[in-house]
Design a protein around this ligand. Structure first.
Ligand code: SAH
Length: 450
């Protein structure tokens, strides 16, 4: 019998997909059940039927997994803000390690050791930054999160994974916007005003930056709004980011400082870092130094080493090692982040580190051509990973070691194999949990030259 939409069937969940959906088998079909856990028996409603698989949602849990945790707000899971929040933390760590194990199996690299996932010191409230949409819901300006695979705003005031101090600021800014009758953005007509709130807070210094992402670069209520937001305790910087386009991209090109500084300052270990609105900064403040230490230990640096910090952001990795090596060179595609990186070198009295703006896959070949010789190369690319051009050029500079920090183990394993073809070996991958309650997996490994 064929499966039908809206049909209700009993399913036994046997596995978790990489997106943390419960997996069941029924009449030769694979069924993905949102929020169901292995070992559970659920009565499920079929939502969508494809050729070999279907999607379903839980109607009733008939047998519950001991790994299930009760959560306060179902919305956290519904919105995808924290889609693992219904799973015990220890099991989340196992889930993440299994992602890496399974990818290695697929690549016929079963002999590579996979460490236990390094747990995050904080499992909620760990995020130092929140980017939340602003929309009108039932005639009221609301902040919240989009329901999964949609642009329906679910109003929220507790963002669970975000620093509670940031939640406090988000709600206070929402109230300022309401009081001043600032219209929320209307994405269907590309009208209204405030599209997103983007708030960053340093745990170390307490400094808070509020970015109002707006359709226009000015609006009548702006002076009052800025004055009122500046009164919220901790706020040291208010930025208007101008995004006039009809687009899903959150930030526009231009930033205008409407109050205070054009950056906030944070700290990792003994070092200070300035962060501009467009610069990337690791979001889990307490876990970041542990991630970096793991990477740096693996590198086993020597005072004579020439080090590259590729995909450097504001220079956090390179500057963390600069005092222990001969020289650091880094590159990063966002110009503001590179400006921060060079300013951060100065701020910390580091004179042997230099950062340039450009694509890693273009800068590295250029450096290789100039004859740069390296000892250790740190790479920390975005989800899409490295390119073959970058890898070839890196190999030409002759590093003894390449330390790979990845936010996407699939592309990492693809890239590791390219390094392997060029005479580098690796025998271990260590998953690190930077994003508790979400399916995101961070991992670190080291390649050594044969
Ligand atoms: N190592 C930093 C940043 C890691 S995030 C840290 O730990 O904070 C990855 C960085 O790569 C981002 O700053 C992003 O802007 C940058 N990036 C993305 N594509 C790039 C490319 N093609 N070349 C260089 N940098 C790139």
């Amino acid at each position: 019998m064929n499966m039908q939409k809206n049909q209700i069937i009993d399913l036994e969940i046997t596995d978790l997909s990489y997106e943390a959906m419960g997996v069941a088998h029924y009449n030769g079909m694979t069924v993905f059940v949102t929020n169901a856990l292995p070992g559970e028996v659920v009565s499920a409603k079929i939502l969508k039927v494809k050729k070999n698989f279907a999607f379903a949602k839980i109607e009733k849990i008939k047998k519950e997994s001991p790994d299930r945790v009760k959560i306060k707000l179902n919305q956290w899971v519904q919105t995808g803000l924290a889609s693992l929040a219904h799973i015990k933390y220890e099991k989340q760590l196992v889930f993440k390690r299994n992602q890496v194990v399974n990818l290695l199996k697929k690549a016929h690299l079963d002999d590579i050791e996979v460490g236990q996932t390094l747990a995050s010191p904080e499992q909620k409230g760990y995020r130092n930054k929140a980017q939340v949409p602003v929309r009108e819901v039932k005639g009221k300006l609301e902040i919240g999160f989009f329901r999964r695979h949609s642009h329906d705003l679910v109003p929220l005031t507790n963002f669970f994974t975000t620093d509670p101090e940031i939640d406090r600021v988000l709600v206070a800014v929402r109230d300022v916007l309401r009081r001043n009758q600032v219209p929320a953005y209307d994405e269907i007509h590309n009208k209204g005003e405030v599209r997103y709130l983007d708030v960053r807070r340093s745990k170390a210094t307490g400094e808070i930056m509020v970015i109002l992402v707006c359709l226009h670069n000015d609006f009548v209520q702006l002076p009052r709004v800025a004055a009122e937001i500046s009164q919220i305790p901790g706020v040291t910087s208010i930025i208007l980011n101008h995004n006039p386009k009809k687009t899903n991209v959150i930030l526009g090109q231009k930033d205008y400082v409407v109050y205070g500084d054009d950056h906030i300052t944070d700290q990792i270990g003994n070092l200070k870092f300035r962060i501009s609105p467009k610069s990337f900064f690791q979001i889990n403040s307490l876990q970041t130094p542990r991630l970096y230490n793991l990477a740096i230990e693996k590198a086993d640096l020597k005072p004579s080493d020439v080090v590259v910090d590729a995909y450097s952001g504001i220079g956090t990795i390179g500057l963390s090692v600069a005092k222990h090596v001969k020289a650091v060179r880094g590159m990063e595609v966002i110009a503001d982040a590179v400006r921060d990186a060079n300013a951060n070198a100065k701020l910390n009295n580091i004179s042997n580190a230099k950062y340039v703006t450009g694509k890693a896959e273009e800068i590295m070949p250029h450096w290789a051509k100039e004859g740069l010789k390296t000892d250790v190369v740190f790479v920390d690319p975005p989800r899409k990973g490295l390119t073959p051009e970058f890898i070839d050029a890196t190999v030409k500079t002759g590093p003894k070691k390449v330390v790979y920090i990845s936010c996407n183990p699939a592309t990492m394993i693809r890239d590791l194999q390219l390094f392997k073809e060029q005479g580098y070996q690796f025998d271990r991958i260590d998953p690190v949990d930077m994003f508790p309650q979400t399916p995101h997996v961070e991992a670190v490994t080291i390649l050594t030259k044969n």
